[in-house]
Design a protein around this ligand. Structure first.
Ligand code: NAP
Ligand code: ZN
Length: 352
């Protein structure tokens, strides 16, 4: 077995700490990767603290991985040692259901294998994520990272980037449309950048008035403080599409009434507690849609990475050594993230 050093949780109520664990040795179709950087997603925190009630301990979070290939199996054709590559939220899926056939592995009818806290298809154990020295992933789920992208700033594209890109593309966001992004955190800041690059008029909704200047710099055309009823009212019935990234329960009605006839609000935020039920009349009176979306497929993740390389788009990051991961989680809970923490994995090696 391949030895791995990382950071993980052994209990919902204790801080993350250093862990040693094993991964499968690379098989013929596997790529072995030395991890350089790993972004910190709010889903990591939800999982480490068992907020979704499905965590199997020990858990090693991290699904925004950029690293360098260190070895490949003899059937691997697309990668060679030395390549800079990415791994996102999935490391496997059944590959034969309708969703997999359509390149929508995230909706695999037999359940995709999460990069962490998932059931390993090969060894039968659990998967461990990217807060670690290395990872082994089947070739199909490894992404190419262009040398035009800074590898650390590219890491958050593997989750925050694709989770916002996929719904923006699915609902055909583009020129001439008024698009709202709710919440300026990791997902939200990528949502602003990508919606802006796709040509939409972008409005950020935030609970943090202090983030206004940053939002404009990131590509927002307007900023609305969502707790200010007057500011919200000024936008009633005007949005084509709203992407809601908020990680906590809140009133969906406050945003549904801002959609114009047949507009859509898509939820990507996944709070542990449910939102209060929206008023059905806010949907039926204007044939509005309330929807959800999960990360994105492998092909569209590559498409997003290539789009970002071409358009010079990456994440605005704050680099941390892995020893600061627990402080980073606390700051994330206070909405104090500008706008994605990325772990420099060299700090892990320095610790051994
Ligand atoms: P994050 O960096 O913590 O950002 C969340 C933002 O939501 C905050 O910065 C804040 O923005 C806003 N917010 C937080 N608490 C709020 C509250 N009580 N009321 C209103 N707004 C609040 O988190 P993230 O990494 O972007 O992830 C966001 C959510 O998406 C998480 O639940 C995560 O698990 C989920 N997620 C889903 C998918 C998917 O496939 N659907 C993928 C990845 C992550 P302001 O300061 O601007 O208000
Ligand atoms: Zn994530």
């Amino acid at each position: 077995m391949l030895q791995s050093l990382g950071y993980g949780a052994t209990d919902a109520h204790k801080p993350l700490h250093e862990l040693r664990f094993e991964r499968r040795d690379p098989g013929p179709t596997d790529v072995q990767i030395d991890i350089l950087y790993c972004g910190v997603c709010h889903s990591d925190l939800h999982t480490a603290r068992n907020e979704w009630g499905n965590t199997v301990y020990p858990v090693v979070p991290g699904h925004e991985i950029v690293g360098r290939v260190s070895a490949v199996g003899n059937k691997v054709t697309r990668f060679k040692p030395g390549d800079v590559v990415g791994v996102g939220c999935m490391v496997d899926s059944c590959q034969h259901c309708r969703s997999c056939a359509e390149g929508l592995e995230q909706y695999c009818e037999n359940g995709f294998v999460g990069t962490y806290n998932g059931e390993e298809m090969h060894s039968g154990g659990m998967t461990y994520g990217g807060y670690a020295s290395n990872i082994v992933v089947t070739e199909k789920f490894v992404l190419r990272i262009s040398d035009k992208l800074d590898p650390a700033a590219a890491a958050p594209l593997l989750c925050a980037g694709i989770t916002t890109w996929s719904p923006l593309r699915h609902w055909k966001v583009g020129k001439g449309q008024k698009v709202g992004i709710v919440g300026l955190g990791g997902l939200g800041h990528m949502g602003i950048k990508l919606a802006h690059a796709l040509g939409a008029h972008v409005v950020l909704f935030t609970t943090s008035p202090g983030k206004k200047e940053d939002a404009m710099r990131l590509g927002a055309d307007e900023v609305v403080v969502s707790r200010d009823a007057q500011q919200m009212q000024a936008h009633e019935n005007s949005f084509d599409f709203i992407l809601n990234t908020v990680a906590a329960p809140h009133s969906l009605d406050a945003f549904l009434v801002l959609l114009k006839r047949e507009g859509t609000m898509t939820l990507v935020g996944a709070p542990a507690e449910p939102h209060p039920s929206p008023q059905v009349f806010n949907l039926i009176m204007k044939r509005r849609h309330l929807a959800g979306s999960l990360i994105g497929g492998i092909a569209e993740t590559q498409e997003m990475l290539d789009f970002c390389a071409e358009h010079g788009i990456a994440s605005d990051i704050e680099m941390i050594p892995i020893q600061q991961i627990n402080d980073a989680y606390e700051r994330m809970l206070k909405s104090d993230v500008k706008y994605r923490f990325v772990i420099d994995m060299a700090s892990l090696k320095g610790n051994t």
